[in-house]
Design a protein around this ligand. Structure first.
Ligand SMILES: Nc1ncnc2c1ncn2[C@@H]1O[C@H](COP(=O)(O)OP(=O)(O)OP(=O)(O)O)[C@@H](O)[C@H]1O
Length: 620
């Protein structure tokens, strides 16, 4: 049958050349039948995979083996990736199991500390330094404090660091920072002008308080400061006096003219506190001027609700020191009626309240008016760790001066906490007012309640005035003035009047409704027991007070060695077993809760959610 075979072969057009001597094209590939190709593919890629990809013979015919091979490589890479992912997952699982074992061995306090550290890192990640937009944009940072011509007297300079530290230890002054200026325990050795020393003496201010002993020399030396001290311990003088000395030095070097200034800027969270601080500055500047030995130093009160034209003469001659609230100050700077070109000194009083009262953006826009380096000072009686950390990032080589734990209550205040049912409060308030002679302040963080209390007291024949955020500027000023002069015996106030306001001889503070945030409580009771005098604070609590707040209050009383009422003792702190309660929340300084349960954080989250809801609702 060869013939047929051969004949069949011969029937095809005879190849002119035999196979052996024909030159095959370079890219010639022998035809591989479909079945054989499928078998080859099976062997390279594996059945499972092929089952997924099996194509009809027509499709296969259209594809060259190379394509199949390339896809095969891609599939191989995918399988390799799958293998790597599986390995990573396995490793992650092992780490998780190992962590779980470690966690089990950690104490509750360690776990809490880790959680807080994690939360703090997240919170601070988005926080920018307290600096102007330009500084932030250019990444401007200063590494050296401003130079100052002031030096301590020789005999103090000759003392050793150990001797200086002994003075600090004697007055319980805690400090942190490099190259600390020495504490000075009398005003004359601080080289303060005689007219001011005489003025202070007339006011009964003879010896510096601990915060002044370290704060004033440090500020005179040009250093940035974070100053923390109990309410009523003289922080105001620690930052107003250096502002005046800087203004004197500046005026002696180059007198200010119209449109220039301020040289020194003090920002306060409330109009009343700004006015009070301004009046203190004004009094010392007047003492200097009346002596005839010093140039005129002009101070300006820059707050909402007053007519700035009344201070036109100060603005026309140039402003040395401005005491301001953020809103009106921004307005004056934006309109060019004040400028920060010469400003070398910026102080924020009640700084933590400024940062967390939502003024942070205002403060940042104020700072964007600063063109050159300035000395920055932050003061408060409550400066939680988070604010301290945040502040120290924003200051240049700052000195931390701490007299007492940030957020601790003034030890000169006797705190009496009483359980009073809501419906019995008004009647019991009248009894409480008999405890001491006037003047007495009553605090409630609810404006309507403030009005109700005032109305009730007036009905009972008690001379009471009221102040809260919804009162007009005139009503607020009338209330403060008539209470300060003694024309009125009782002032009923909301939180706005708790920070920094200084009323002489307050005998008794009544906290009618316990504020949610323990810091506010510390500021409220701090209106009494000031400048070394003793005062009484009576606080009404009941089932309406949150357990969290009660725990904060309990620890604060323990820390201040006060009597703790039975019902507070009966409240257990789930974390007390490991002593975590006494570490202090980094957000608000409260001793009875951790970061994750902070009422301030809850409030901030509530505000954020409300803003987001408004944002979403407005269909932006
Ligand atoms: N060295 C001093 N000796 C005696 N009294 C002083 C001294 N320094 C300040 N005072 C007086 O103490 C009172 C409280 O001072 P100041 O208002 O500065 O306290 P503070 O620490 O700012 O309080 P707060 O934390 O409430 O703002 C004022 O009446 C002030 O005149």
């Amino acid at each position: 049958m060869t013939a047929i075979a051969s004949s069949s072969r011969s029937r095809r057009s005879p190849s002119p050349i035999g196979k052996d001597d024909y030159e095959l094209p370079a890219d010639y590939k022998p035809y591989v039948p479909v079945a054989k190709r499928r078998a080859q593919l099976l062997s390279t890629l594996g059945t499972k995979h092929l089952a997924k990809r099996v194509k009809t013979s027509d499709e296969l015919d259209q594809q060259t083996l190379e394509e199949e091979q390339d896809e095969g490589d891609a599939e191989e890479r995918a399988r390799e990736k799958l293998r790597r992912e599986r390995t990573l997952l396995q490793a992650a699982q092992e780490v998780k199991e190992r962590r779980a074992v470690e966690d089990a061995s950690k104490t509750a306090a360690e776990r809490e500390a880790e959680k807080e550290a994690q939360l703090l890192v997240e919170m601070e990640r988005g926080q920018k330094k307290l600096a102007g937009a330009k500084e932030l944009a250019e990444g401007t940072t200063w590494t050296e404090s401003l130079k100052s011509s002031w030096r301590p007297p020789r005999f103090i300079r000759d003392m050793s660091d150990e001797e200086h530290q002994r003075v600090r230890d004697q007055f319980h002054i805690l400090t942190e920072g490099d190259d600390l200026p020495p504490p000075i325990n009398n005003f004359a050795d601080m080289k303060i002008p005689r007219p001011i020393l005489d003025y202070l003496k007339k006011k009964g201010i003879k010896k510096p308080t601990p915060i002044q002993m370290q704060g004033i020399p440090t500020a005179f030396a040009g250093r940035d400061i974070i100053g923390i001290a109990f309410t009523g311990s003289g922080k105001t003088l620690a930052f107003t006096l250096p502002a005046i000395m800087l203004a004197l030095e500046s005026e002696a070097r180059l007198p200010l003219v119209r449109g220039e200034g301020p040289v020194g800027l003090i920002i306060c969270p409330s109009r009343e506190l700004a006015r009070q601080t301004y009046e203190g500055c004004q009094a010392m500047c007047t003492a200097l001027k009346e002596s005839g030995e010093y140039p005129e130093i002009r101070s300006l009160l820059c707050i909402g609700g007053i007519n700035m034209a009344d201070q036109g003469d100060v603005l026309n001659k140039g402003v040395h020191i401005a005491v301001a609230t953020p809103g009106r100050l921004m307005d004056m700077l934006d309109k060019g009626r004040l400028n920060a070109m010469n400003c070398k000194y910026l102080c924020m009083d009640e700084a933590d309240r400024m940062i967390d009262m939502g003024f942070e953006e205002d403060v940042r826009s104020i700072m964007s008016h600063f063109k050159f380096q300035r000395q920055t000072l932050l003061f408060s009686a409550t400066m939680p760790r988070r604010i301290q950390d945040f502040a120290s990032q924003s200051l240049v080589n700052p000195v931390l001066v701490n007299v007492g734990r940030a957020g601790a209550a003034n030890m000169d205040v006797i705190q009496e906490v009483e359980y009073v049912k809501q419906e019995a409060k008004m009647v019991y308030l009248l009894e409480c007012l008999q405890k001491t002679p006037p003047p007495v302040i009553i605090f409630s963080d609810n404006k309507n309640e403030v009005d109700d209390i005032q109305e009730y007291l007036l009905l009972k024949g008690v001379e009471a005035v009221a102040i809260h955020g919804s009162k007009t500027q005139e009503e607020r000023e009338y209330a403060i003035r008539s209470f300060k002069t003694g024309a009125k015996d009782v002032m009923v106030a909301s939180g706005v009047a708790s920070k920094g306001l200084d009323f002489n001889e307050i005998q008794h503070v009544i906290v009618y409704s316990m504020p949610k945030e323990i810091e506010d409580y510390v500021h409220e009771i701090g209106r009494t027991g000031r400048s070394g005098k003793t005062g009484i604070a009576t606080t009404f609590i009941n089932m309406n007070t949150s357990e969290q707040t009660l725990l904060d209050l309990k620890y604060l009383l323990m820390e201040a060695k006060q009597k703790i009422p039975e019902f507070l003792l009966s409240i257990d702190d789930p974390r007390a077993a490991n002593g975590a309660g006494l570490r202090g929340c980094p957000i608000c300084g409260g001793l009875g809760h951790g970061l994750s349960d902070c009422p301030k954080l809850e409030e901030a989250n509530r505000r954020t959610q409300a803003a987001q809801a408004r944002y979403a609702g407005d269909g932006y």
